[in-house]
Ligand binder design. Structure first.
Ligand code: FE2
Length: 152
């Protein structure tokens, strides 16, 4: 055994691949690095109906978007077993506000169809000084952006 596992990518299931690619490209400056449209039997049994997989790279982060027929995300208050949110860290409060403003700007463009029509939350500050806001991607998956104060 050598070392601990290193995070590699997360997978996002979508019923509108082009909408998702546009979102991650425009919001996070992601780049499409590869795509796949033939799948192993294992993949086809895990993800029935899978049509296409596209990797979008955001720096060292990889997002695997896969097109699969299905319904949109459940309402935010409805509980179901899934990763509840993924979080990106930024280094300043100004950057937090930058990302929140960027979300709003892209939303206002009208170029995307959002499964959950809710804007980003305000930036909240926890008692330890950590600041965050939460926002949904076009598929209704929740992301957090956070700024953790440096230890003194
Ligand atoms: Fe969190």
């Amino acid at each position: 055994m050598s070392g601990q596992p290193v995070f590699h990518h997360f997978g996002v299931q979508t019923n509108d691949l082009d909408n998702s690619i546009a979102w991650y490209r425009d919001f996070l400056d992601g780049e499409v690095t590869w795509s796949l449209d033939t799948f192993s039997e294992l993949t086809r049994s895990r993800l029935p109906g899978i049509e296409k997989l596209v990797e979008v790279a955001v720096g060292a982060l990889r997002i695997h978007l896969f097109q699969q027929p299905g319904e949109s995300a459940p309402a935010p208050g409805e509980s179901c077993p899934r990763f509840q949110h993924a979080c990106f860290a930024v280094s300043s409060e100004a950057e937090l506000h930058h990302w929140r403003a960027r979300w709003l700007e892209l939303n206002d463009s009208g170029r995307y169809r959002f499964a959950v029509p809710e804007g980003p939350t305000d930036v909240v500050t926890d008692p330890d000084g950590t600041q965050s806001f939460y926002a949904y991607d076009v598929n209704g998956l929740e992301f957090e952006f956070t700024c953790v104060p440096e230890a003194e």
